[in-house]
Design a binder for this molecule. Structure first.
Ligand code: SF4
Length: 620
């Protein structure tokens, strides 16, 4: 089997049909793999305006070109679909071993179509694929589901599954593998809508590289660059459990539903406090960083809580939004979300939104089944997580996401729903890290830090240049750079953390060549152009769904309320130049004033074929 397998598996759950298909050569050359294949097949195969939870939506699980190799930090995997949360393109990245196993079993990706009549799971080996009844597993949490499948198929099996939240169609359900998740955009919701509980892959390590000798040498170079990198050493030591130390000191740690940029008593949450609960670490396939830090609560009300996390976003979202400083509660919340199959960012944001509504009197104890949603009350937060996953009481409303929940609750609740395009915002305050904020606003998947992470603003990175984090339209180039960079690296699929450690992209292209034999991939300009092509195709997908400039914005709070930082830098900051930024961003991208890729740009990128769809949509 060639390293770049060039084939995928299509499984229709309505009919039970399945077949292997080749990836066309021109698709490989234009989009390389991973996220590029994801948007290509969604664009080609989904009709506009279908119901994301209907049988015509498709769920793609994809590896990247380098998955399963000895290269470091490149075996991530990804789910792409039409999002039930935003109605646009969805992409969620997962870790652990599942991406490598998908490659070992012989596929670049799987397309899941249709809808089963009853709960099912798929078992895949290198020479078979079967759809089995999952009645026994429906209702089980993700740990129990995985254990059941390991018992049945052995320990050389890897599983991606949903929990009760996906079954109940919570709009931000995750897909879970091991204790890692592909969380965002409701990818687990789409899996639940298809009544697909799990995909289990039994495989042996099995790869053929185009040039294994050259590849081995490049991996040595990569490992040397890791060892020389302080960023790598620090990440290996602390993972992301110390990022809140930085974001609090910068005044960009959102507190009380994005009113403050620093938490009072934040020294109770710092990385060294998490270290006291640490019992081990965990790494994804072939990654020596092992940045997943394992925590166990030894005593107290959360005694026994265990998680391979929480990572920064989860630490933040179960502290800042509800003004909680009990870190044991964050471990318990992380474990619950993993078991129930919930995206922690959206879950915690929806809870923070409810706490503010309670403070304002828009929600009362009658609406919360007696829960006191007062700031700092972490036991109510924990109770709400389960209510959301099981759609009980107020949890049923919050399960729709903050945008839809606000419309249901009414009484001015919309003003407190903090989202972009319907997806909740991660733990970097847009008013104090403005390139990050503008990335949220223009991202094609809704508010995602990973869509174009502004490491320049958080970690002071100086590539491609130094950045003033309070500048607005002046940083258009940085937003474009970060978004294209991430899209390019997700053909790999390279971990977002690893791209900061000095080996990327100069080694990346050479590794792609050694793996595939495609010489053009050594050219970094070629790779950048692929990144830009992916962003444009994702934008074209959204335009076809009716998106335009109107959706490229931030919550009103960021545009009209000054940030309060409690002594950290950035007091009084707001987003003041949203329109000017958009004008410049669209110009830099070669898009119209409405945020639509121009015919010139599409033709330049070899995407002229989407022009007819865009013209038809605009003429409606
Ligand atoms: S850096 Fe961490 S998240 Fe990234 S691949 Fe390595 S272990 Fe996984």
């Amino acid at each position: 089997m060639a390293r770049h397998t060039g084939r995928f598996l299509r499984i229709n759950l309505s009919t039970g049909e399945m077949r292997t298909e080749p990836v066309a050569e021109q698709v490989v050359m234009a989009l390389i793999g991973g996220r590029g294949f994801g948007i290509n097949y969604l664009y080609q195969e989904l009709a506009p305006n279908i119901d994301p939870l209907g049988e015509h939506n498709k769920l793609l699980l994809l590896t990247g070109v380098l998955a399963g190799t000895s290269a470091q930090s490149v075996s991530r995997w990804m789910a792409c679909t039409k999002s039930p949360l935003t109605g646009g393109f969805a992409r969620a990245v997962g870790g652990a071993d599942f991406g490598a196993w998908l490659k070992f079993v012989g596929y670049d990706f799987i397309i899941i179509e249709g809808k089963a009549e009853r709960p099912v799971y798929i078992h895949l080996t290198s020479d078979s694929c079967h759809i089995h009844d999952a009645g026994e597993l429906w209702g089980e949490n993700t740990s129990e589901t995985q254990e059941w499948l390991y018992q049945r198929y052995g320990r050389s099996t890897r599983v991606a599954c949903i929990g009760p939240a996906g079954e109940k169609l919570v709009k931000y359900a995750a897909i879970v593998t091991g204790r890692r998740t592909a969380s965002r955009c409701g990818v687990g919701t789409v899996m639940g809508s298809k009544k697909l509980k799990a995909i289990a892959i039994t495989a042996q390590r099995n790869l053929q590289l185009h040039d294994p000798v050259a590849f081995k040498q490049l991996v040595r170079e990569q490992i040397d660059s890791y060892r020389a990198s302080k960023g790598y050493q620090h990440h290996r030591d602390m993972g992301t459990t110390e990022t809140q130390d930085i974001t609090n000191s910068l005044g960009i740690f959102p507190v009380k539903n994005f009113r403050y940029g620093r938490q009072t008593d934040y020294e109770k949450l710092v990385g060294q406090e998490y270290r006291k609960l640490r019992t081990g670490d965990f790494g994804c396939y072939s990654c020596s960083a092992r940045c997943g830090k394992i925590h166990l609560v030894p005593a107290g009300p959360y005694a026994g809580a265990y998680s391979e996390g929480p990572e920064y976003e989860t630490i933040w979202v179960f502290t800042g939004p509800v003004d909680n400083t009990n870190i044991e509660a964050t471990v318990a919340a992380d474990q619950l979300c993993d078991d129930l199959g919930l995206d922690t960012i959206s879950t915690g944001n929806c809870i923070g939104f409810a706490y503010e509504l309670y403070e304002k009197g828009i929600l009362t104890k009658q609406d919360t089944d007696g829960l006191e949603l007062t700031y700092g009350n972490h036991s109510a937060m924990i109770a709400l997580i389960t209510k959301i996953a099981l759609r009980e009481g107020l949890g049923d409303i919050l399960a729709e996401g903050s945008m839809r929940a606000a419309a249901t609750i009414g009484n001015g609740a919309e003003a407190y729903a903090i989202h972009v395009k319907g997806m909740e915002i991660p733990g970097y305050e847009p008013r104090g890290a403005k390139s990050m904020g503008f990335n949220y606003a223009t991202s094609n998947i809704g508010a995602s830090h990973c869509y174009g992470y502004a490491g320049q603003e958080v970690f002071g990175r100086t590539v491609p240049r130094e950045v003033d984090r309070f500048a607005e339209e002046e940083n258009t180039d940085i937003v474009v750079y970060n978004q294209d960079f991430r899209a390019m690296s997700e053909v790999g699929i390279v971990c977002a953390f690893a791209t900061g450690w000095g080996w990327f992209p100069h080694l990346f292209g050479r590794m792609l060549v050694a793996a595939t034999g495609i010489d053009q991939l050594a050219d970094t300009d070629y790779l950048w152009r692929v990144g830009e092509r992916i962003i444009n195709l994702e934008r074209a997908f959204n335009v076809r769904e009716g998106f335009s400039r109107k959706q490229d914005t931030l919550p009103q709070r960021m545009l009209s309320e000054p940030l309060l930082t409690r002594g950290a830098p950035g007091e009084g900051q707001m987003i003041t130049a949203m329109d000017k930024f958009l004008d410049r961003y669209y110009r830099a991208r070669g898009w119209t004033k409405e945020g639509i890729p121009s015919p010139q740009k599409l033709n330049e990128l070899g995407l002229g074929y989407v022009l007819r769809d865009i013209t038809q949509t605009r003429n409606k």
